[in-house]
Design a binder for this molecule. Structure first.
Ligand SMILES: CC(C)(COP(=O)(O)OP(=O)(O)OC[C@H]1O[C@@H](n2cnc3c(N)ncnc32)[C@H](O)[C@@H]1OP(=O)(O)O)[C@@H](O)C(=O)NCCC(=O)NCCS
Length: 198
């Protein structure tokens, strides 16, 4: 089982390189404190470019120093994996997967999130990051990978379905936008190996 406790300071640096269809080299790796500025830019761009993430575009206000601390904490955390995608030295994506809760009754469940900046959509980067999240779950013996996604987010919903995720419920009015309108979210789950319930 993916059960790790208090392994403070132990850090596994992870790095993979891929050649995309257009010939560009994608690097997927663990972020380092020096990536703080680039990661802030990437997260702010993603928040600005889509209505499907949790934050309004002005809500992510970490300083570079806070972001450095965040990166240090996330990379030391063995209950999850936080990765960035880099193209030509620019951070253009991140993904995060981790245990829902570090309690015995929850150790079989993980949750994940992904964001790619808009000018890099459709290059296959989302799928590569998705595969990283699934691989982490398999390494850790996690049985089910869960996520919540805005019901109108067709790109993401079809990507998740292609990986075998199924919709198990809908949360009405999960998000309320500043113009007073709402969005619903699907709960989606991917059961790994033979853990799918009847
Ligand atoms: C969803 C997201 C991660 C996809 O990233 P991406 O790098 O563009 O994805 P890929 O190029 O790897 O394509 C993955 C799959 O997305 C789906 N997809 C891509 N374009 C699509 C479109 N126009 N309509 C429907 N599905 C589409 C397909 O299933 C595609 O797989 P395929 O190429 O085998 O058909 C990206 O659009 C994104 O970051 N969006 C904003 C943030 C977000 O919504 N995150 C998810 C929140 S839950």
């Amino acid at each position: 089982m993916g059960n790790h406790h208090n392994n403070e300071g132990s850090k596994e640096f992870y790095r993979k390189e891929y050649l995309l269809n257009d010939g560009q080299q994608l690097i997927i790796r663990t972020p380092e404190p020096g990536d703080a500025e680039g990661l802030i830019d990437q997260m702010q761009a993603a928040d600005r470019e889509t209505k499907f993430l949790a934050r309004e575009s002005d809500e992510f206000n970490f300083t570079v120093e806070q972001e450095r601390e965040f990166i240090k904490n996330r990379t030391a955390d063995e209950d999850g994996r936080f990765l960035i995608g880099e193209l030509d030295g620019r951070i253009i994506a991140n993904c995060s997967v981790g245990l829902v809760q570090n309690k015995k009754r929850y150790l079989h469940r993980a949750e994940m999130g992904i964001a790619v900046v808009k000018d890099c959509w459709n290059k296959g980067i989302g799928k590569k990051l998705m595969q990283e999240c699934i691989n982490w779950c398999k390494e850790k013996g996690v049985e089910q990978l869960e996520l919540e996604v805005v019901t109108q987010n067709n790109r993401a919903v079809s990507m998740y379905k292609n990986f075998g995720f199924e919709i198990y419920g809908t949360k009405k009015h999960a998000l309320k936008y500043s113009d007073g309108t709402y969005a619903d979210e699907y709960y989606m789950i991917l059961f790994l190996d033979s853990t799918k319930p009847e």
